[in-house]
Design a protein around this ligand. Structure first.
Ligand code: AP5
Length: 222
């Protein structure tokens, strides 16, 4: 019999490494990566009404209103691939109302991963971050430099990746994080996200492997 798919939430301050860890997790576990920020940036790039409204909030580092974000995430999680393979939800929920809405639609996580990184490291991570528009891969000029000159030449920067903007995003994060965490107490694992990315990943990998085994042999089936 086929194992039940994993349902994973990953959370943490801006630039704590959510997207970076999701790349690594997805490669091994073949989960569908659903990143609220990426879905929003796609709307902004497409120039839709929702995208135009969302951008106003994103530029201020504030939460985009629920009526835009909730349905967007719900629709992505409802697609066949997410239902079949399982999902890796990145940057959602960021408020109690977002968590409640998702639960109402029947999407419950098996595990809630929290990346903990001291604030003084976050600004440097944001300012040095670069993205490859061709592969979607996340780089950092110092910590994960591009492999070739060709890649280096095409790297881009996110519109909200300035020191000033990340401080605003951090304020928003800090005012919501405790309330969200209290909803997932029993299934939360806290990971030291200040370590090098492969070390952060091995802790996550351990936890997910354990979870995966539990799901293949649910209690009572042995
Ligand atoms: P979003 O895109 O989710 O931004 P964020 O939460 O600020 O997080 P980031 O994407 O900046 O960072 P990350 O944790 O993925 O770090 P990364 O792996 O890239 O949201 C943007 C905006 O959209 C929000 O401000 C809000 O307006 C809106 N929004 C999003 N979700 C919403 C929601 N649910 N509701 C309402 N509004 C919402 O790493 C960062 C850098 O560090 C990279 O350069 C990387 O190479 C480097 N790095 C990573 N790990 C390490 C390591 N271990 N050591 C050294 N360097 C590392």
């Amino acid at each position: 019999e086929k194992a039940e798919p994993l349902r994973v939430m990953i959370s943490g301050a801006p630039a704590s490494g959510k997207g970076t860890q999701c790349e690594l997790i997805r490669t091994k576990y073949d989960l569908v990566h659903v990143a609220a920020g990426d879905l929003l940036r796609a709307e902004v790039a497409a120039g839709t009404e929702n995208g135009k409204r969302a951008k106003e909030y994103m530029e201020k580092g504030q939460l985009v209103p629920d009526e835009i974000v909730v349905m967007m995430v719900k629709e992505r999680l409802s697609q066949q691939d997410s239902l079949e393979k399982g999902w890796l939800l990145d940057g959602y929920p960021r408020s109690v109302s977002q968590a409640t809405a998702l639960k109402k639609f029947g999407f419950d996580p098996d595990i809630f991963i929290l990346l903990e990184v001291p604030e003084e490291l976050l600004v440097e991570r944001v300012v040095g971050r670069r993205l490859d528009p061709v592969t979607g891969k996340i780089y950092h000029l110092k910590y994960s430099p591009p492999e070739t000159d060709e890649i280096a030449a095409r790297l881009t920067q996110r519109f909200d990746d300035t020191e000033e903007k990340v401080k605003l995003r951090l304020l928003t994060h800090n005012s919501n994080v405790e309330a969200v965490l209290s909803l997932y107490e029993g299934i939360t694992i806290r990971i030291d996200g200040s370590l090098p990315k492969q070390e952060v990943y091995s802790e996550i990998d351990c936890a997910l492997t354990k979870l995966h085994e539990q799901k293949q042999a649910p209690l009572g089936s042995l």
